[in-house]
Write a protein that binds this ligand. Structure first.
Ligand code: J2J
Length: 538
């Protein structure tokens, strides 16, 4: 059984194979190519795992899940934090052709419900230490509205649960791997999104494996790489750019951190002689502040490369990185939908500090469109349009949204506003999509607006971004209500609906009406300007 998805046209698929991008290998090859190695692949707290151990654990879990009746073509909803088991589960599911959605640990009921209703999972793997699974209330509800769900496996299991730890430790003599074919869906990546329901991105073995291998080449990852994974492990950036998968591919070592704060990361960097890590801009600010305050430069001595991406990095902050943290900066402009751009390791200061890098593949086709979809000349700002060997061709089960997100030639319009330099570097100038980028965490305005509109005292609402010195952007909800509404009440309401904490509006403005554009849509540009003007006078 295969999972349906929008395929690349045969002519392009043939080209990607011919040029060696698509190797027709399963993603499990990333680990199994090192299966005999005693080299340490992964460190989680005081638990080191060799490549052999990691591969063996994934193998045993795969066998156990296969015995429980899971089959190629099934899907799974997985929610685990930055723990070794995240990778064991990921590779185990790939081995048996079960395609997971890896939800972030910060996600709550709304997000999990939305993913479950789209993929109709046969399996749930979750953590009893997550608030949603502290008791069985949510599980029962999920089982009810998700009849496809046949099996639930728990990390930190309660009595009576099927325990992940137990499945990881059972024998695997009878196991025959059944990964999905390399040009079929391996797993679903999460879209930052701009729509009411969070969209899913089908990623095939072929396209994702290429994106990892090419990232490894561009970023120079190898056996000596010691990568600190401080962002959520499931996110596309620390998973594949080159991230943990790139480190495994190169035979290096991944060290897990619980969060990207300086107090969590600096001791790990020193203890494990970390050479590279991936951050979002707000974490960079906090690291710079910590170095200034604590004078702890020495702790970072092993760090050679700091990747920064996920949101706009100001030139001023960029320039401080080599000077104050003593390492190279690499800007990363990527998206879970595919396209990833890197500044090069030997770029001059201007390219490193002022651009967001260039597309990593010679076959990434990137151009800038005006509002009518016509190409703009070099240097002008417009819509990013792209297609290529690792950029998806359609969101899962979303024909209407796909019709708007792709042009007739299959170019994906990411909603970013960019310009491209004469030498092919991308400068991110802004965004057209209705999304708030809260320090790298993406909030689809419509998703929160729809939830707020369910409140019986709210008539109209618009969620917009407002500038923030640390996070870059925060969210503000403009509300037309039947009565005055306080921010705490709104947040409590959203929390009760089960929304991830980072999506709660940072500020609430109750207004008599919302400004409209000439065509009658809410004029968010004006609302953002109003906020900016108010911030200036505060
Ligand atoms: C400005 N905006 C950026 C940057 C992403 C590597 C790195 C990041 C992501 C990611 C990723 C930006 N400057 N350097 O998946 O593999 C904004 C853009 C983009 C959106 C994608 C990877 N880097 N962005 O952030 O799917 O708006 O992926 O379209 O979460 O983040 O978000 P996401």
């Amino acid at each position: 059984m295969t999972i349906s998805y929008t395929r690349w046209p045969a002519s392009l698929a043939a080209r990607y194979r011919e040029r060696g991008y698509w190797l027709d290998l399963p993603l499990t090859d990333i680990l199994s190519r090192h299966a005999a190695s005693q080299h340490i692949a992964l460190i989680d707290g005081d638990r080191p795992f060799s490549y052999q151990h990691l591969e063996q654990s994934a193998h045993q879990l795969a066998a156990a899940l296969q015995r429980r009746g899971l089959r190629c073509g099934d899907t799974a909803l997985v929610q685990l934090g930055n723990i070794a088991e995240f990778y064991m589960v990921f590779f185990a599911l790939l081995k048996i052709g079960v395609a997971p959605v890896n939800a972030l640990f910060s996600h709550q009921r709304q997000e999990l419900d939305a993913y479950a209703s789209q993929i109709e999972p046969a399996l749930l793997i979750a953590d009893r230490q997550h608030g949603l699974f502290a008791n069985d209330d949510y599980l029962q509800q999920l089982r009810q509205c998700c009849p496809s769900l046949r099996d639930v496996v728990m990390h930190n299991a309660h009595t009576g649960d099927i325990s992940l730890a137990e499945l990881l430790g059972t024998g695997a003599d009878d196991f025959v791997a059944t990964p999905s074919a390399a040009d079929e869906v391996a797993f679903f990546q999460l879209s930052g999104g701009s729509t009411g329901t969070p969209k899913l991105i089908p990623r095939t073995h072929n396209d994702y494996y290429y994106s990892i291998r090419r990232s490894v080449e561009v970023c120079g990852f190898d056996r000596s790489t010691r990568f600190l994974c401080a962002l959520p492990a499931a996110h596309n950036y620390p998973l594949s750019s080159p991230g943990a998968c790139g480190t495994f591919y190169g035979g290096g070592c991944v060290v897990l951190a619980g969060d990207p704060s300086a107090s969590s990361c600096f001791p790990l960097i020193e203890k494990h002689q970390i050479t590279v890590t991936a951050l979002v801009p707000p974490a960079v600010s906090l690291w710079l502040q910590a170095v200034q305050e604590w004078g702890c430069h020495a702790a970072l001595a092993s760090l050679r490369l700091l990747q920064v991406g996920g949101a706009r990095l100001s030139e001023a902050l960029a320039a401080r990185i080599p000077a104050e943290l003593g390492c190279r900066l690499q800007q990363v402009f990527g998206m879970a939908e595919g396209l990833v751009n890197y500044t090069q390791l030997d770029d001059d200061d201007w390219h490193t500090f002022c651009t967001q890098g260039k597309p990593m593949s010679p076959d990434d086709e990137v151009w800038v469109a005006d509002e009518h979809g016509q190409p703009l000349p070099i240097g002008e700002t417009g819509r990013l349009m792209t297609r290529g060997p690792y950029t998806f061709r359609g969101y899962y089960r979303s024909p209407e949204h796909n019709a708007k997100s792709f042009d007739a030639d299959g170019f994906y319009c990411s909603g970013d506003l960019i310009s491209i330099t004469a030498d092919g570097y991308i400068c991110v100038q802004g965004r057209e999509k209705d999304q708030i980028n809260r320090g790298g965490e993406k909030i689809a305005a419509e998703e929160i607006e729809n939830l707020l509109l369910r409140h019986d005292a709210i008539l109209q609402v618009a969620l917009v971004s407002m500038e923030d010195h640390l996070l870059g952007e925060k969210s503000c909800a403009f509300i037309v209500g039947l009565r005055p509404l306080r921010a705490v009440e709104i947040r409590r309401y959203l929390r009760a609906l089960g929304v991830a904490e980072f999506k709660l509006p940072d500020r609430i403005e109750t207004v008599d009406n919302l400004p409209l554009t000439p065509v009658g849509k809410v004029d968010k540009k004006r609302l953002r300007e109003q906020l900016a003007a108010r911030q200036l006078t505060q």
